[in-house]
Ligand binder design. Structure first.
Ligand code: SF4
Length: 338
């Protein structure tokens, strides 16, 4: 059990039952969220006996670093962390000048099993808890020595198949007494889980939504995403429109460019029509070379794809891959370490 899963009311109850003054709960919270503490030993203003009592109830932090890799070219940091039950997850910190972003996981493994993704190769093991999700953000904050600027929920797992824990985690770090994280600095990426998109919309939080589209029709998408968790594109689009109506947030279409599969002019023309219909921006991503036998088009062709979309009035960008030297794409490090 992690202290962040224990919940504030249970923590307060415990402190009262141990005859601790009311301000202790605030002190513990300040250590956990304000100073990114990962052990009770660090909480120097708590009495030793209290630290021992707390340790018998819950751990202060749920992640044990098994690997920590830094890309010498761009400073990307990737962690392979072990959870209390021995499972492992990945977290990535991406630094660009003036901005830090943590990419977090929501599940051990992934049930969606997209063909180009190492995370889904062995299916789902289990959902992460609220505390395990929050602790990945704390891990990155501790590395930076300050609160990170952005959170992208694009690591291992399909976030909308673990929406309850994700909601609790993101709500948990929103408060001024925790990390004070603004909703607009958080992006949740889905492979297109229709009921999840609708539930997310109905939460009416201002989190950004990104849809991993990767193909412009169901037939093409069927070659990338196995049927078990794949929804018809028309239903996905309607759910995304519903999300925009309820939240007012602009959708991002994530589109991994795969050489010879989804990068023809005709396909990009269809992509521009989808973007206009959904009033979405498009993020083109050269397919990660490490993750499968699929390859990305040349960089020149990737930029031509951006220009093609921009010429059709679409807000389009090319996302540069970070941390290629450290297997930073989703699930690669965990797969490599068995
Ligand atoms: S790309 Fe995302 S949804 Fe697809 S298998 Fe990987 S983690 Fe799961």
């Amino acid at each position: 059990m992690n202290l962040k899963d224990l919940g504030e009311s249970r923590l307060k109850e415990l402190l009262v039952s141990w005859k601790q003054p009311a301000f202790r709960a605030k002190q513990v919270k300040e250590w956990l969220y304000g100073r990114f503490a990962v052990s009770y030993d660090e909480m120097t203003n708590l009495p030793g006996a209290l630290k021992e009592q707390l340790a018998t109830e819950a751990r202060a932090f749920s992640l044990t670093t098994r690997e920590r890799l830094t890309d010498p070219d761009d400073g990307t940091v990737k962690w392979l962390s072990e959870l209390e039950d021995g499972n492992t997850i990945e977290t990535v910190l991406i630094r660009v000048p003036g901005r830090t972003t943590v990419c977090i996981s929501t599940q051990v493994g992934c049930p969606v099993r997209c063909v180009f993704c190492a995370s889904g190769r062995n299916g789902l093991v289990r959902n992460l808890t609220k505390g395990e999700i929050i602790d990945q953000v704390i891990l990155a904050c501790r590395e930076v020595g300050d609160r990170v600027d952005n959170i992208v929920v694009m690591g291992m797992g399909e976030p909308l198949l673990n929406l309850e824990s994700l909601r609790d985690a993101l709500d948990g770090i929103a408060g001024e007494d925790t990390l004070g994280f603004g909703a607009r600095h958080i992006t949740i990426s889905t492979s297109g889980i229709v009921p999840g998109i609708r539930q997310l919309a109905e939460l009416e939080r201002s989190w950004n939504l990104a849809l991993s589209l990767h193909a412009v029709n169901d037939e093409m998408r069927g070659q990338i995403i196995p049927p078990a968790n794949r929804y018809p594109l028309e239903e996905i689009f309607q759910a995304c429109e519903y999300h925009r109506q309820l939240t007012g947030r602009m959708l991002t279409l994530e589109y991994a460019l795969i050489d010879g599969k989804n990068d023809s002019r005709e396909t990009l023309e269809e992509l521009s029509e989808i973007a206009h219909r959904l009033r979405a921006k498009v993020n083109l991503i050269p397919c990660n070379p490490n993750s499968s036998r699929l390859t990305a088009p040349t960089l020149r062709r990737c930029y031509e794809a951006v220009d093609f979309l921009v010429a059709r009035g679409v807000q389009a960008t090319l996302r540069h891959s970070h941390g290629q030297g450290i297997l930073a794409a989703c699930g690669q490090l965990r797969q490599a370490k068995g």
